[in-house]
Design a protein around this ligand. Structure first.
Ligand code: GLN
Length: 543
């Protein structure tokens, strides 16, 4: 029987509900249970693929090809488990399913109503995920903040589930306790209101995770306990931390895992956070720092920062650094600067290594190509990801193969399209069929022996996640190879190029896929590890 834990946020957004959910998952896993996690995004968008990363953060991709919220990435990293399409629910998806069932007479002529049919669809999805994973625990994170109109139907689903299985549902509220400067004291009132809002939806929190700058003191816990109708033991301090990976360890200081188990009348099967604690010790006590530059187009951000848009890349860098017991110092480098003032490109020398990550649209592209050329010529460790790989190929075609007008047809219609669309993608674009139609999810790749990719992966077949429309045009493959570009990874079924690299360089590797999506704190991604290793070497040589 699965036990369900709903997690919702109070007071305000951006207080780390996703990482809280992921941390609860890690703790329960460390106590010997099977865990799965599910994100509910209260958007009418069917998936996150059509959402602007400036507004919604990174679009994470599951192995079976769903474009979802970045929190699913957090779950994967903390649980060290692959999740699937079913682990992501949006309002759009729920309505789409209900409407299509109605059109097929699936409701047998009944009036289909928002309540109960929408919450019932949500519940059936939650149960399906749990059954498919044979999970002891299913964590369900409800996006948004309690009191919002948008997530009411999901809270309603939680209420109905609690009614159906009173002993099998626990509700966690992640709240925030501000310390206003002019008062200088931690205030509990916003949390009290959040709990009232939850009560109005027919729900009472079983656990409150109290996010704040510092841990809660006894008077604060007492106050929340009395006003929010909850035992002091179920109020868990969640102070600000340096590294998100510290959070499960901190929660355990307040005994969160056992408090949750107690609610379900269960006991831990084991208790093993050792590996995790070791990782946290390394992260908190690094032996040095490595400077990594990420070259991208600068964009003014809305709700999210640049970091949010590339969270998996940043985490992958951190994971690889922890293997060498060092910490990264990451700088965002605006590629348009290299277009406007070419001399500034020399700043790349300051870094141990440079990453050009994924992206869309042609702004800043020429600056990125200049940066890649600089890394190639000056032997600066370089890792290209998706668009970063496409631009590495364009740079090589222009400057080494002397194809002057080499480009991607994404950026120029009258060019030598060394990067181009496959026929089925042309059709998608003609029909404005944008949603969920990129090349998405995991594809197999065969690694060429003796290459850098081979040296790092140490195996012949790998599988990595994709999110792109354009590909290296195989018409140019022979020429590129003749001039020294190595196609070190190729999809064995479609013959599409997945990894390119060059020899005679400490590390110049670029991938059409996104390796960052599979990097885990305790299992850093081999390509990131290889890249960081060479970046460390370069910085040591310089010093
Ligand atoms: N814009 C490129 C494409 O669609 C690259 C996408 C990416 O970097 N994720 O193929």
């Amino acid at each position: 029987m699965t036990h369900y834990i709903f997690i919702a946020g109070g007071v305000m957004s951006g207080i780390g509900k996703g990482v809280t959910t992921a941390s609860i998952g890690r703790i329960l896993k460390s106590k010997g249970f099977r865990v799965t996690a599910l994100k509910i995004d209260p958007y009418v968008n069917v998936d996150a693929g059509t959402m602007n990363p400036k507004e919604h953060g990174e679009v994470f991709v599951t192995e079976d090809g769903t474009e979802c919220d970045q929190d699913v990435g957090n779950y994967e990293r903390f649980l060290d488990q692959n999740l699937k399409t079913v682990n992501y629910i949006t309002t759009g998806r729920v309505y789409q399913a209900v409407i299509s069932r109605e059109r097929n007479l699936g409701y047998g002529g009944k009036c289909v109503e928002v309540v109960p049919h929408i919450p019932l669809e949500v519940i059936s999805r939650i149960k399906k995920v749990s059954a498919a994973n044979k999970a002891d625990f299913c964590l369900i994170e409800i996006g948004g903040t309690v009191g919002e109109y948008q997530n009411l139907l999901f809270l309603e689903a939680a209420r109905m589930m609690k009614l159906q299985h009173p002993k099998n549902v626990v509700f966690v509220l992640v709240s925030y306790l501000p310390i206003p400067k002019m008062i200088g004291e931690m205030k509990t009132k916003p949390t009290q209101y959040a709990v009232r809002s939850l009560n109005m939806a027919g729900l009472q929190p079983d656990i409150i995770i109290a996010r704040a700058q510092v841990p809660l003191d006894v008077p604060r816990k007492k106050k929340i306990s009395i006003f929010c109708n909850i035992s002091e033991k179920d109020i868990i301090s969640a102070p600000d931390v340096k590294s998100i990976y510290e959070i499960p360890v901190n929660f355990e200081k307040d005994n969160l895992g056992n408090r949750i188990l107690k609610k379900f009348g269960m006991k831990a099967k084991r208790d093993d956070l050792r590996d995790w604690k070791k990782l946290v010790r390394i992260i908190k006590n690094p032996t040095g720092t490595i400077k990594i530059g990420i070259v991208g187009k600068y964009f003014k951000t809305g709700k999210f920062t640049l970091m949010d848009s590339y969270i998996s890349v940043i985490e992958a860098v951190k994971h690889a650094c922890s293997k060498y017991k060092i910490q990264p110092s990451i700088s965002w480098l605006d590629s348009e600067t290299y277009e406007k003032s070419p001399n500034s490109i020399k700043e790349l020398n300051k870094f141990g290594g440079i990453i050009v990550p994924g992206g869309f649209g042609n702004r800043g592209v020429e600056g990125k190509i200049k940066a890649i050329r600089y890394c190639r010529v000056n032997k600066i460790p370089f890792l290209g990801l998706c668009l970063g790989m496409q631009l590495a190929v364009i740079e090589f075609a222009r400057n080494v193969c002397k194809i002057k007008s080499a480009n991607s047809t994404e950026f120029s219609k009258n060019c030598q399209g060394v990067i181009d669309l496959m026929p089925e993608q042309k059709k998608n674009l003609e029909k404005k069929n944008y949603g969920g139609t990129m090349r998405l999810g995991s594809y197999k790749c065969k690694i060429k022996k003796g290459t850098k990719a081979w040296k790092n992966y140490k195996k012949e077949y790998i599988s990595e996640r994709h999110r792109h429309r354009y590909e290296l045009n195989n018409k140019f493959k022979t020429l590129l190879e003749r001039k020294g570009m190595i196609m070190s990874g190729v999809n064995p079924e479609t013959n599409l190029v997945e990894i390119v690299e060059i020899s005679n360089h400490p590390f110049f590797v670029a991938t059409q896929f996104h390796p960052e999506f599979q990097s885990r704190p305790l299992r850093p991604h081999p390509l990131f590890v290889g890249f960081i290793k060479q970046a460390i070497k370069k910085s040591r040589q310089k010093n």
